[in-house]
Design a protein around this ligand. Structure first.
Ligand code: UDP
Length: 251
């Protein structure tokens, strides 16, 4: 099964695939059958702006097998540029679809990233794994690891992922760390067929961070909700108007 052709557009000269959830999931199914590890990236407007300034980030996005438009900014930019992109495909919601697909096909996941355990709770990755298994009881979690490892521990971590035999790798280290980790190691994973960078998604599963209520999501205001919850994100939120202005004034 090869799946339908997906159009790849460019926004601020950064590639983005014009997908919806169904076509993205079709592509995921192809990855799970193909040899090697395919990389899925989920750029929002902040990541696109960063990629215009970080050649290594841009280069690895160019090499991704699937680039999903995660953010209202990208949908608005697509409209300005008359690109056929109807809706944003969020990393959080796409991951949920992937979990359903993994459960249905008996394939396993490894969760890497977010905070380690402390006196009060298990690691965020373990809590996320438990919540995922509650929602998808047949899901096989091949392994977990927190995201606060040292450079010297990286080789052992890559071995741990391979030894787990996981079919799919979900990496929550924040951007661009997670994308760089996947890109650097994807040829070393022996069993992993696809890997995705998901930012704060394990925190959402674990319940350590709350997602914006649906009203905010449906009105394209998730960024504002996150800012109000975490004002330290001020500089990051400012990237959205910067992005929109760049899109409007760039051919
Ligand atoms: N994180 C990590 N290791 C690091 C830095 C960050 O595991 O060295 C985790 C952090 O705990 C959080 C996630 O990466 O769970 C990044 O979350 P953020 O909200 O910044 O992601 P975004 O979706 O905004 O990129």
């Amino acid at each position: 099964m090869e799946g339908k052709e997906i159009e790849r557009a460019r926004i601020l000269d950064i590639p983005v695939d014009l997908v919806d959830y169904d076509s993205a999931l079709d592509r995921f199914r192809v990855f799970m059958e193909n040899p090697g590890c395919d990389m899925i990236v989920t750029p929002n407007s902040e990541i696109v702006v960063n990629a215009t300034k970080d050649p290594a980030l841009k280069d690895l996005i160019e090499h991704a097998s699937l680039i999903i438009p995660d953010g209202i900014g990208l949908v608005k930019a697509a409209k300005i540029k008359h690109l056929p992109l109807q809706e944003r495909v969020t990393g959080v919601d796409f991951l949920t679809r992937i979990l359903g697909e993994l459960e249905a096909t008996g394939k396993s996941i490894f969760l890497l990233g977010s905070k380690p355990a402390n006196e009060e709770r298990a690691s965020v990755a373990d809590m996320a794994a438990a919540a995922m298994k509650e929602r998808f009881p047949g899901l096989v979690v091949a392994g977990t690891n927190d995201g606060y490892f040292k450079a010297a521990e990286e080789a052992a971590l890559v071995r741990k992922i391979s030894e787990s035999g996981a079919d799919f790798l979900c990496v929550a280290l924040g951007s661009p760390k997670q994308e760089k980790f996947i890109y650097e190691h994807k040829s070393e994973f022996t069993s992993v067929k696809a890997a995705i960078g998901v930012g704060g998604t394990l925190d959402v599963w674990a319940g350590t961070v709350k997602r914006a209520p649906e009203f905010w999501q449906n009105h394209g205001l998730e960024w504002l909700y996150r800012f109000l919850k975490e004002p330290v994100r001020f500089k990051r939120v400012l990237q959205l108007p910067v992005f929109m202005l760049k899109v409007m004034f760039t051919k």
